[in-house]
Design a protein around this ligand. Structure first.
Ligand code: 13P
Length: 316
């Protein structure tokens, strides 16, 4: 077994090395930049020019100088990049890399909610399609949801599509009334309270960092509820040496790299976002070679959606 495994491993590494070289060459030739979300595969985070959470990547998109953006994430993220960069080519390496949560909200359902609650402000989580953003007053991410809702003059707020983020925002902004849409993230739904409690018992003293898309019965045990970027900041600044990370597995790569003296545990082995993991080095090379798959947004929708995104980026 050992004899068979070693050469296989070396071949795999060689292959990745070759792919990386070709990606770097083609990236230069195409004048491209690679952006990657914190949930991407380790080897993609390694070669990306910028890694970050949804908000950091949206901000990064406002400063891009290159002609081509290769977005390693899911569709709504690449779409946001296109909304902010209408004259650049935005590539999503895997066409099927969608976000099931974003797909839970439809324009008909949002319009029905607006008709039911006239005068309410509409906040759409960035995990939503461009046409939903176009029908919204402002967007938010998991790192600025509370600030965004607090910034509104309206007291009634329709919040779509993630119910857990909305519930958490509601707890933190009790002065507003949130109309909560029942969408959810299938990956964060896999974080179970009993597994979190088991992890806490196995690692007494470990700090629990949880993403606000987790269920309330998980969030109530968290020491800190924050976005993926917030988790990096917390782990770096905290004197604690052990952390339980209640979000997608991709986080472990940078957490471990940036904090070699600290330990990070997932409460479950199943915290993998299948669509985030569709992107591979091979697909990135394919994207740069064939300039696929180009993300487009209808100009009327883009002009309305950019208002909600820009308004979000202005919230301090
Ligand atoms: P952040 O990028 O805001 O951390 O959220 C991750 C996410 O989109 C989970 O669905």
């Amino acid at each position: 077994m050992t004899l068979l495994k070693k050469p296989e491993f070396r071949e795999e590494e060689q292959y990745k090395h070759k792919l990386r070289e070709e990606i770097f060459q083609l990236k230069k030739k195409r004048n491209a930049i690679i952006l990657a979300h914190n949930y991407q595969r380790d080897e993609i985070q390694e070669i990306a020019d910028i890694t970050g959470d949804s908000l950091e990547l949206s901000r990064a998109c406002t400063r891009v100088k290159e002609e081509v953006i290769v977005f390693c994430g899911v569709h709504f993220m690449a779409e946001t990049a296109k909304i902010l960069n209408p004259h650049k080519t935005v590539l999503l390496p895997v066409l099927e890399a969608g976000c099931p949560l974003a797909e839970m909200i439809t324009i008909e359902k949002l319009k029905a909610l607006k008709a039911e609650h006239p005068g309410a402000a509409v906040v759409s989580y960035v995990n939503s399609p461009a046409e939903i953003k176009a029908e919204s007053d402002i967007c938010c991410t998991s790192s600025n949801g509370i600030k965004v809702v607090k910034s509104l003059k309206e007291n009634k707020v329709i919040f779509v599509p993630d119910r857990n983020l909305a519930r958490w925002v509601q707890l933190n902004v009790p002065e507003k009334e949130l109309i909560i849409y029942p969408g959810f993230c299938i990956t964060h739904m896999r974080v179970k309270e009993e597994e979190v409690l088991k992890a806490k018992a196995e690692h007494p003293g470990a700090v629990l960092l949880a993403h606000p898309e987790c269920e309330p019965d998980v969030l109530k045990h968290a020491d800190c509820i924050t976005s993926t970027a917030g988790m990096f900041t917390y782990a770096k600044q905290s004197p604690a040496k052990e952390f339980i990370i209640a979000t997608e597995k991709g986080m472990l790569y940078r957490l471990g790299k940036e904090n070699p003296d600290k330990k990070f545990y997932l409460p479950s082995e199943h915290l993998i976002c299948a669509t985030m993991k569709l992107t591979t080095l091979g697909w990135i090379l394919h994207a740069l070679e064939f300039m696929e798959y180009e993300v487009t947004v209808d100009e009327d929708i883009r002009q309305r959606a950019i208002r909600a995104i820009t308004r979000m980026l202005e919230v301090k």
